[in-house]
Design a protein around this ligand. Structure first.
Ligand code: DAH
Length: 350
């Protein structure tokens, strides 16, 4: 038995030396030292040995077990270290290699136009106001001097959700919402409200069931038509060039009195007449007027003390005119070949 143990130790040592990975080593541990392994087996058979041989064989068996355990532990440490350096080698990165370019998105043309106008009005002390796109009939129409059954409601075909709620057809309801909660102790109202609006229109090159508007509203003491005209002139010059002139034509909106439509002198031909201005020298840009006293009163503002002006324009129209876009659908179909023409340098690829 002693001989068998010595042979076992030699065989095991040889095999352990040959193990190339932790899995193989663990298999050997089970094979030699496991419950069904030869060392355990010899220990079990010791009871059958004559009494004088027992201590010798027992001591040898223990020696073999200890020697193997030590050998395996040492080999384990070596294999672990090997595995780690192999992994480190695989994970090595060359930090001097050039990085992959990250393509950043750019602001949509419409966003650019809206932000340009926002910046202008913010520089004149306006605040940006917002309102819900799912709006109450009250704010979209009634509070704007368009009671139930008013014929002017037909000017804007609406998507009703319930009898009293609809997708707002204009950003004008934000006027009423702002006036209702305003306290003149904080100064006059000076807001613009950019946002989406919805109409039951068939989509074509110039119509869309969903588009954007920018509403403007100023209410305070002694606000006059001259203030409106001055503001619109600055807007026209900023968006379409310093040489632009404006022309105000009488018009009708239920929420303003008097109401006007504003034209700008054609930026293409300078007023001589061309395709862009359809030969007239003028291009229609927006609707505006002095806030109707009824609208002020309905929102709790005393029309004997306060007066104001309002205007509403379509950023799509501004973008289309400014950048000669011939189809409004280009602004929402997200064709990159179109959109990439308007990538601004600061936000472009880096
Ligand atoms: N809400 C009008 C529209 O959608 C545009 C408009 C006209 C807004 C005159 C105004 C305004 O604030 O004064 O057709």
């Amino acid at each position: 038995m002693l001989e068998a143990l010595a042979k076992l130790l030699n065989n095991a040592k040889e095999e352990i030396d040959k193990a190339v990975n932790l899995k193989e080593l663990n298999d050997l541990r089970v094979k030699y030292l496991g419950k069904k392994g030869p060392v355990t087996e010899i220990m079990k058979q010791m009871s059958k040995l004559p009494a004088d041989e027992k201590p010798l064989v027992g001591a040898k068996a223990n020696e073999v077990r200890t020697a193997l355990t030590e050998k395996i532990t040492k080999k384990e440490a070596i294999l672990e270290e090997e595995a780690i350096s192999k992994q480190l080698l695989q994970e090595k990165i060359d930090v001097t290699l050039p990085g992959t370019k990250v393509k950043k998105g750019v602001a949509h043309l419409l966003t650019q136009v809206i932000e340009e106008m926002e910046n202008l009005f913010i520089s004149m002390g306006y605040k940006i106001a917002e309102g819900p796109e799912v709006e109450l009939d009250y704010y979209n129409f009634e509070a704007l001097n368009l009671p139930q059954g008013h014929p002017a409601r037909d000017m804007q075909d609406s998507f009703y959700i319930t009898e009293n709620t609809l997708l707002r057809t204009q950003t004008s309801p934000v006027q009423a919402r702002t006036m209702e909660k305003h306290d003149f102790k904080d100064g006059p109202i000076k807001i613009i409200c950019p946002g989406k609006v919805y109409r039951r229109d068939n989509d074509d090159a110039t119509h869309s069931h969903q588009f954007t508007q920018i509403e403007g509203l100023v209410v305070g003491e002694n606000i006059t038509f001259a203030d409106l005209k001055g503001t619109l002139t600055v807007l026209a010059k900023t968006m379409f060039g310093e040489e632009r002139e404006i022309r105000l034509r009488p018009s009708f909106f239920p929420f303003t009195e008097p109401s006007v439509e504003m034209d700008i002198s054609c930026f293409k031909c300078g007023g001589e007449g061309c395709r862009v201005c359809k030969g007239t020298g003028w291009i229609e840009i927006l609707g505006a007027g002095m806030v109707h006293p009824n609208v002020l009163e309905m929102s709790g503002i005393d029309s004997k003390i306060y007066s104001g002006f309002a205007f509403g324009l379509g950023p799509e129209r501004v973008a289309m005119l400014k950048y000669a876009v011939d189809d409004i659908r280009h602004l929402y179909t997200n064709d990159l070949r179109f959109l990439n023409q308007f990538s601004v340098k600061e936000t472009g690829e880096n």
